[in-house]
Design a protein around this ligand. Structure first.
Ligand SMILES: *Cc1c(COP(=O)(O)O)cnc(C)c1O
Length: 233
C-alpha cells in the first residue's frame, strides 16, 4: 500500500466521523454513535490501516470472509456479522463476533440458542427488520417484529440488543428518511414495552449513502464501507 492510499483511508475516516458528529448535532442528538467499518472485499493491509487510524468495530457480511479476516487481522477489535446468516454457519462465528446484526428467522434463533448453550455463552444479536418490504431484502416485517421479539425473548442464551435495517438503495438519501423514521418508531415502541431479555440499546441503520439521514432519525450504529475504503471492485 502506498502512502497516498494510507492517507486517503485516514482522511476518509476523519471525514466520516465529522459528518456523523454534524448529523447528530443537526438533529439535536447527543450520545454515542458506533461507527462500524465494513470491510467486505477489502484487503487485510487496508483494514489494519483503518484500525491504526482508530477504527474499533469491523463488519463483514459473509461467514467465510469474516473468519478469514479474524485470523489474518491480528488486532483487538470487535467483529460484527452484518449479512444474512445461514443456519449451518452459525457454529463458525458464534464465539468470534461481538454482535450478529442479521437475525431474521426463528430457525436461525433456534440454531444460535443451541450453539450458544453448548458453548456456555450469551450471544448478543440485533433483529433485522425489512422496513421497506422489498422482496429482495431479508428481515422480519415491521408488523410482526414485536411478536417475533417476544418469541426470541424466551431463548435464554440469546440477548437481543436492538434492531437493524437496510434502507432501499436510492440516489437521493432523503428518500430513505421515512423508512428510518418508521424504524425508530418501532425501536421506541418496543423499548417502552420493556420485554424481558430484550433491550433496545442499538439501532443499526445507515450506510455510506444514507448514514446522515439515518442518524438524524435516531440511528446509533452505522455500517460504512465505501465512504472509508472507496468503491469496492
Ligand atoms: C456492504 C454493507 C454495508 C456498507 O455499505 P457501503 O454502502 O459500502 O457503506 C452496510 N451494511 C451491510 C449489511 C452491507 O452488506
Amino acid at each position: 500500500m502506498n502512502p497516498e492510499e494510507r492517507e486517503s483511508i485516514r482522511r476518509n475516516i476523519e471525514d466520516v466521523r465529522r459528518r456523523i458528529a454534524e448529523a447528530a448535532a443537526s438533529a439535536g442528538r447527543s450520545g454515542d454513535i458506533t461507527l462500524i467499518a465494513v470491510t467486505k472485499t477489502i484487503p487485510h493491509e487496508r483494514i489494519i490501516e483503518a484500525i491504526d487510524a482508530g477504527i474499533t468495530d469491523l463488519g463483514e457480511n459473509r461467514v467465510q470472509e469474516l473468519t478469514d479476516k479474524i485470523g489474518a487481522v491480528d488486532r483487538e477489535v470487535n467483529w460484527h456479522m452484518i449479512g444474512h446468516l445461514q443456519k449451518n454457519k452459525v457454529k463458525y462465528i458464534i464465539e468470534k463476533v461481538k454482535l450478529i446484526h442479521s437475525v431474521d428467522s426463528e430457525e436461525l434463533c433456534d440454531e444460535i440458542q443451541k450453539r450458544a448453550e453448548r458453548a456456555g455463552r450469551i450471544v448478543d444479536v440485533l433483529v433485522q427488520v425489512n422496513v421497506s418490504g422489498e422482496e429482495s431484502k431479508f428481515g422480519i416485517p415491521p408488523e410482526r417484529t414485536e411478536e417475533f421479539l417476544r418469541r426470541v425473548s424466551e431463548k435464554s442464551n440469546i440477548r437481543v440488543r436492538g434492531l437493524m435495517t437496510i434502507a432501499p438503495l436510492v440516489d437521493d438519501p432523503e428518500k430513505t428518511r421515512p423508512y428510518f423514521r418508521k424504524m425508530y418508531e418501532i425501536f421506541i415502541d418496543i423499548k417502552r414495552k420493556t420485554i424481558n431479555n430484550i433491550s433496545m440499546d442499538y439501532l443499526s441503520m445507515g450506510m455510506s449513502n444514507d448514514f446522515e439521514v439515518a442518524i438524524q432519525e435516531g440511528s446509533n450504529m452505522v455500517r460504512i464501507g465505501t465512504a472509508i475504503f472507496g468503491k469496492r471492485k
